[in-house]
Design a protein around this ligand. Structure first.
Ligand SMILES: Nc1ncnc2c1ncn2[C@@H]1O[C@H](COP(=O)(O)OP(=O)(O)O)[C@@H](O)[C@H]1O
Ligand SMILES: [Mg+2]
Length: 134
């Protein structure tokens, strides 16, 4: 959640974050921290059963997708994935590996892996790492 918050403060609207990692690695918790930092008051939960949740605060709009149940690009096209991407909104995608050609080329890819019950390894793209280090 702290990392999600730090990333939220570092990126601009229009940013697409692809969160890749097995079930239970902390993708949704990252989104929780991200949304909180942007002033979202609603509780952020995993949208697994609804594919998409949208949150807003006075200063931000956030699309939160969970593509666990999506077969691929065609199915994502079917629910209007491309129409969600807007320069004004932040888009965070759990199970973004379900997409191939539809994943926007500018998407920042974060991978999370389980090291143990309490520890995770999170890999960030260089450009994000550089911004976060200041
Ligand atoms: N960085 C972390 N370190 C330790 N536990 C974590 C971490 N991130 C999440 N968890 C725990 O792992 C579980 C699954 O988190 P969740 O965010 O729902 O994962 P995902 O969305 O990847 O399935 C939760 O019980 C959460 O408390
Ligand atoms: Mg999740």
């Amino acid at each position: 959640m702290e990392l999600g918050a730090a990333v939220a403060r570092a990126v601009k609207p229009g940013t697409v974050l692809a969160l890749i990692g097995e079930l239970g690695t902390g993708k949704t918790h990252f989104v929780k921290g991200f949304c909180q930092a942007l002033g979202v008051k609603e509780t952020v939960t995993s949208p697994t059963f609804v594919l998409l949740k949208q949150y807003s605060s006075p200063t931000a709009r956030i699309n939160h997708l969970d593509l666990y149940r999506v077969q691929g690009d065609l199915e994502a096209l079917g629910f209007g994935f491309e129409d969600l991407l807007s320069p004004e909104a932040y888009t965070l995608i759990e199970w973004a590996e379900r997409l191939t050609v539809l994943l926007p080329p500018q998407a920042l890819i974060l991978t999370i892996s389980h090291d143990g019950e309490q520890t995770r390894t999170i890999s960030l793209p260089d450009q994000l790492y550089t911004i976060l280090r200041g």
